[in-house]
Design a protein. Structure first.
Length: 364
């Protein structure tokens, strides 16, 4: 019997338990999916239950309430907002808008950009990020983008956690504006990022900028599928032509406004991140791991040089962690990583402490 394929996304415990011959009831702490461990907000389940009757009606086609709420939250006009069925649909809409053209993508980065480009016949050029820092070199970015008609960037980048500075984005926009190159910046984790300058003010200066957002991660609602696009009204209108009618379900669309109004939940999340993110960075380094400097709610790690000399690579560490009940995110399928690193998502303080204890035992 052959082993199951490596899953393309985190949060796929069943497939990995089967791959390693572990029983389906093997209990794991899942640090493979980058979701806010504090969510969803407590009121969401009751709110959804009270509105199940609305499933007997089609959603309002323009999603006006949700779009107005997002626009007010971002300081934009509602015509600059497109509601989407999660961040993934937003990526595929951006690719559809440039079907058959030339695209540039970071490597390593989120695999859906390449999949969306393949689905819409875009020719890909990779912009390499090199270990161990995975920093983006501005000259390399501008050089590889020179022949592209669309550039996909992830900010902060998944899986490295590194943040492209606003000045680099502005340099790319300025250099490519005359050629009409569109710059798509996926900011799915921007609400859980430390020290990030907002890019939304650039929308008024650069009509070639498209921002993709997800509400899945921050509010821990991956099953509901909720995202949006911010861009010029002309670009939003063009992207909407590729979107199926009623792409976003009634419950998700109606949930946008109350989620954005829950300032206490947002404040609680930001306080957690400001404490746990730097604590975990120092703790992971203290274990002797190679840790990519991250700005967000996950870390890319691998056994340090001394540990690798003892024969402990990321593949062995992944299996050891799984057997003691910790599910990390493998990096098979990420171009430029090919399984040599692991991605670890932050949990609450207790969950992070369990992760550190498990890593300590597995690294011995």
């Amino acid at each position: 019997m052959t082993s199951p394929e490596w899953p393309n996304h985190g949060g796929q415990a069943d497939a990995l338990l089967e791959r390693f011959g572990l029983p389906g009831d093997h209990v794991v702490d899942d640090v493979s999916a980058n979701l806010n461990p504090l969510g969803p907000p407590e009121w969401v389940s009751g709110w959804l239950a009270d509105r199940l009757g609305g499933l007997g009606h089609y959603p309002e086609p323009s999603y006006a309430t949700a779009r107005h709420a997002i626009a007010a939250h971002q300081g934009l006009h509602p015509d600059q907002v497109l509601l989407t069925n999660g961040g993934a649909e937003a990526i595929f809409l951006a690719a559809a808008h440039h079907a058959g053209k030339r695209a540039a993508v970071l490597a390593p980065s989120f695999g859906e950009y390449a999949r969306a480009c393949a689905a819409h016949r875009l020719q890909l050029t990779e912009i390499p990020l090199c270990a161990p820092s995975f920093a983006l070199d501005q000259a390399t970015l501008l050089g590889r983008a020179a022949d592209a008609e669309v550039v996909f960037l992830c900010r902060p980048n998944n899986p490295t956690g590194t943040l492209i500075e606003s000045r680099v984005i502005q340099a790319l926009l300025a250099a490519t504006l005359a050629r009409g190159t569109q710059v798509v910046v996926d900011e799915a984790f921007i609400d859980m990022t430390l020290g990030a300058e907002a890019l939304t003010p650039l929308l008024s200066r650069y009509p070639s900028l498209i921002l993709l957002r997800s509400m899945t991660k921050f509010y821990t609602l991956p099953g509901l599928r909720l995202g949006y696009v911010l861009a010029s009204s002309a670009v939003i209108e063009a992207l909407a032509r590729h979107q199926p009618p009623w792409s976003v379900n009634h419950l998700a669309a109606e949930l946008v406004k109350p989620l954005l109004e829950d300032h206490a939940f947002a404040d609680h999340t930001h306080a957690w991140l400001a404490t746990e993110q730097p604590r975990m960075y120092q703790a992971l380094l203290a274990l002797g791991l190679d840790v990519v400097p991250s700005t967000t709610c996950f870390f890319l790690v691998r056994p340090g040089e001394a540990q690798r000399r003892r024969g402990l690579d990321s593949a062995r560490l992944f299996e050891r962690l799984l057997r003691v009940g910790i599910l990390a995110r493998h990096t098979h399928g990420f171009v430029g990583l090919e399984g040599e690193w692991l991605r670890l998502a932050l949990r609450d303080e207790a969950g992070n402490t369990r992760l550190l204890e498990g890593l300590h035992d597995c690294l011995r």
